[in-house]
Design a protein around this ligand. Structure first.
Ligand code: FB9
Length: 277
C-alpha cells in the first residue's frame, strides 16, 4: 500500500481495525531535574542545617575592586591578566565603589574600576564581609554561596571556561585553624566524605591556606576535594572589623562532586556546549 495509493484516496475502501482506546500507551516521560541542580540542592541543605545563610550572588559581572583588590590580590598578580580573566568591553568600568573603603589603598583606581566576569564567588564574600564589618555591635555570622564563576582558561574534557563554585565562610571572634578543620570535617562528612587530609598551600587572600583531600573508597585513591584558609588581616582590617575578629572559609566546585556521584567523565555531558571540542 504505497504513498501514491494514499494520495489517490484509495484508503477510503479499506477495512480498518476498530481503535482500541484501552490499549496501554507509552508512559509520558515526566522530565527530570538536572544532576547539577540536584547536587546543588543537597549541598544547600547541608549548609542550611549547619546554620549558614545564603549570600546574594546574582551578579556575574563584578568590579576588579571586589574580585581582586578587596581580597588583597595585588594589581600586578598574574591571575588578573586577561588570559585568566574575562574583562568586559561595555560597561568596561564600574560606577559604584565604596569611597570610604577605597581610600585605605594605594593603587591605581582605574585598575580597580575595570569590570570582569567574576573569577570566584569570593568576590561576593568580600562584599558580604564588608557590609558585616559596618554593623555595630559585631555579630558572628555564617554565609554560603553556590553559583557560576568564569575563568578565561583553556577548555578540555574536564574544564570549561566556567564552573559553579561552592563557598562557605564563618566570621567570628578568635577563630583558629582548628575551627576551620572541624567545620570542614563536619561539612564533608555530610557529603559522605570523612578521613580528610590537609595540605598547606597559598591563596592571595588567605593565610594559612589548606588544600583538602579525602580518600575515595570507590576510586580507591585520595581525591582533592577543595581549598580553604583564614582570610588575611590585610583583607579584614581595612574592612573595619574589630582587631580580634577572624574569618575562615573554604571552597569546592559543584561539577566535580556531581561528575563523581553520577559517574560522568566528560563535563560536556553535564554542562556547556554540546560539541566535541
Ligand atoms: C580552577 O579550578 C578550581 C576548581 C574548584 C575550586 C577550587 C578552589 C576553590 C576555593 C576556594 C576558597 C579558598 C579559601 C577561601 C575561600 C574560597 C573553589 C573551587 C575545584 C575544587 N575541587 C573540587 O571541587 N573537588 C571535589 C569536590 C568534591 C568531590 O566530591 C566527590 C563525591 C566525592 C570531589 C572532588 C578540587 C579539584 O577538583 C580542583 O582540581 C579543581 N578545583
Amino acid at each position: 500500500f504505497t504513498r501514491e495509493h494514499l494520495l489517490r484516496g484509495e484508503w477510503k475502501n479499506l477495512e480498518f481495525k476498530k481503535y482500541n482506546f484501552d490499549a496501554n500507551a507509552l508512559p509520558p516521560s515526566g522530565g527530570h531535574l538536572h544532576p547539577l541542580l540536584k547536587v546543588r540542592e543537597r549541598i544547600r541543605n547541608i549548609f542550611i542545617t549547619m546554620g549558614f545563610k545564603e549570600m546574594q550572588t546574582n551578579n556575574y559581572v563584578e568590579s576588579s575592586f571586589w574580585n581582586f583588590d578587596a581580597l588583597f590580590q595585588p594589581q600586578q598578580h598574574p591571575a588578573r591578566d586577561s588570559h585568566d580573566t574575562f574583562f568586559l568591553e561595555a560597561p568596561s568600568t564600574t560606577l559604584s565603589l565604596p569611597e570610604s573603603y577605597l581610600d585605605k589603598y594605594e593603587w591605581k583606581r582605574e585598575e580597580a574600576e575595570k569590570n570582569v566576569f567574576r573569577t570566584h564567588t569570593t568576590a561576593v564574600t568580600a562584599r558580604v564581609l564588608y557590609s558585616l564589618a559596618q554593623q555595630r555591635p559585631f555579630t558572628p555570622q555564617r554565609y554560603f554561596s553556590i553559583d557560576r564563576v568564569f575563568r578565561n582558561e583553556a577548555v578540555d574534557r574536564t574544564h570549561l571556561a566556567e564552573f559553579h563554585q561552592i563557598e562557605g565562610v564563618i566570621c567570628d571572634r578568635g577563630l583558629t585553624l582548628a575551627d576551620l578543620m572541624q567545620v570542614l570535617q563536619d561539612f564533608f562528612k555530610k557529603m559522605g566524605m570523612s578521613n580528610l587530609k590537609f595540605k598547606a598551600t597559598c591563596n592571595p587572600y588567605t593565610e594559612p591556606s589548606m588544600e583538602i583531600y579525602s580518600y575515595h573508597e570507590g576510586l580507591k585513591k585520595w581525591v582533592e576535594i577543595g581549598n580553604s584558609g583564614m582570610f588575611r588581616p590585610e583583607m579584614l582590617r581595612p574592612m573595619g572589623f574589630p582587631e580580634d575578629v577572624t574569618a575562615i572559609a573554604w571552597g569546592l566546585s559543584l561539577e566535580r562532586p556531581t561528575m563523581i556521584l553520577y559517574g560522568i567523565d566528560n563535563i560536556r555531558d553535564l554542562f556547556g556546549p554540546k560539541v566535541d571540542l
